[in-house]
Design a binder for this molecule. Sequence first.
Ligand SMILES: [Zn+2]
Length: 188
Amino acid sequence: MGVFKTAPEDLRCLVLNADYQPLSYYPLSTWCWQDAIKAVFLERVDIVSEYETQIRSPSFAMPAPSVVALRDYISQDRPPAFTRFNLFLRDGFQCQYCGAKGVENMTYDHVIPRAYGGKTSWDNIVAACAPCNLKKGGRTPKEAKMPLRRQADKPNMHQLQVQGRKFPPKYLHESWLDYLYWDVPLEA
Ligand SMILES: [Zn+2]
């Protein structure tokens, strides 16, 4: 396949679930055009919107899909993986002690220190900036007089999706916008 008006790497395709919500907001679910076209031919997705750019091969030509929707709904009820990224996402990339925001200098902290038997689990790990982590050291929030802004708990996929929506990707093709923000409450 070849012959492009624009570079192929520009032709990313937004992937929606069968309910036309993005599969994931952050990172935003997108495929390269090759994967998008493969899924079209396998009849796993419907094309919702297209680029003007044609994908051509000896046997066919078609516009590159810019938005596709899965035919089979993928459940969002599965528990989120306990990863550093999901943990930071739950906490909004915000230090849970002082409120500092950002990804640089962000670490994770055992609320109840490991030396006290604190576990590495959703309800005992929070995002903390490096200075707070250092300051708190091997103490509990009470001992360190550093109360948590919010009690740590295990999020569900929906909560992470809500968080992810606050961090829009840098690049959005205009045809994606309708599907990204239509469920955002309108401001009065
Ligand atoms: Zn901090």
